[in-house]
Design a protein around this ligand. Structure first.
Ligand code: PEP
Length: 250
């Protein structure tokens, strides 16, 4: 039995209108039943909707940005700096999501810069890592995950501020989730990376959550794995299914 508190995040990606945000927060997110001794919940709306969600979100649920700038405040059009998120009252940020890495050219080096700034300004981070399909089929899963962790190792001053999301790219938004055994195997590898590269305490205490086509149907089996400490959820986080996932996970 692990002493790690479960963690479930909803990544809304580039979805929802103002009216849909209001309805989803009021009808689904704010009605979740959360045992605070067992579980933390986070939602990540678009940057545009952060203010609106902040004004109506239950205070026990974490509010997160989906990204932050790899630079400080300044002449970086279109970016929002980590310090601005913190100043605004947003205490969490997703960094390294595969859609940022693959569609927007976010390299390991950019991810590391974001991690440095987010931690410097007191943000908590959901750090997303994971292999793509050809990397999995080529037997490179562990190499990729280790490379992505190595890339941020020197940037991380406090692992207590970080939740690691293992998200195999081939499972994100595809309806093809990793099996519980596949997730567990990589989560164990990540924990071993912590033992070898940080220390045993961090290995034991860091939450490693799974993301990739989690639904109300597969959540129960996935959460049953000893090293799966929760989920990062895209598609299903926009639906009433999010409530079921939260219920079956506690
Ligand atoms: C994600 O965006 O992090 C994700 C896991 O998406 P989905 O649940 O839709 O696969």
């Amino acid at each position: 039995e692990s002493s790690r508190k479960l963690f479930i995040g909803g990544n809304w990606k580039s979805n929802l209108t103002v009216a849909q945000v209001n309805a989803h927060v009021n009808e689904v997110v704010n009605t979740l039943q959360i045992d605070p001794a067992k579980l933390e919940v986070l939602v990540a709306p678009t940057t545009l909707h952060l203010a609106q969600v902040k004004s109506i979100l239950r205070p026990d649920i974490h509010l997160s940005a989906q990204s932050c700038s790899p630079e400080n405040m300044g002449a970086f059009t279109g970016e929002v700096a980590a310090s601005q998120l913190k100043d605004f009252g947003v205490n969490w940020v997703l960094i390294g999501h595969s859609e940022r890495r693959s569609f927007f050219g976010e390299t390991d080096a950019v991810v590391a810069k974001k991690v440095t700034l987010a931690l410097a300004h007191g943000l908590n981070i959901v750090l997303c890592i994971g292999e793509n399909l050809s990397e999995r089929e080529g037997g490179q899963t562990f190499d990729v995950v280790a490379r992505q962790l190595n890339a941020v190792k020197s940037a991380v001053t406090d692992w207590g501020k970080i939740v690691v999301a293992y998200e195999p790219v081939w499972a994100i938004g595809t309806g093809r989730n990793a099996t519980p055994e596949q997730a567990q195997e990589v989560h164990v590898f990540i924990r071993r990376w912590f033992t070898e590269n940080v220390n045993a305490d961090v290995a034991a205490s860091t939450r490693v959550i799974y993301g990739g086509s989690v639904t109300d149907v597969n959540a129960r089996d996935l959460i049953g794995q000893p090293d799966v400490d929760g989920f990062l959820i895209g598609g299903a986080s926009l639906k009433p299914a999010f409530k079921t996932i939260v219920d079956v996970s506690q």
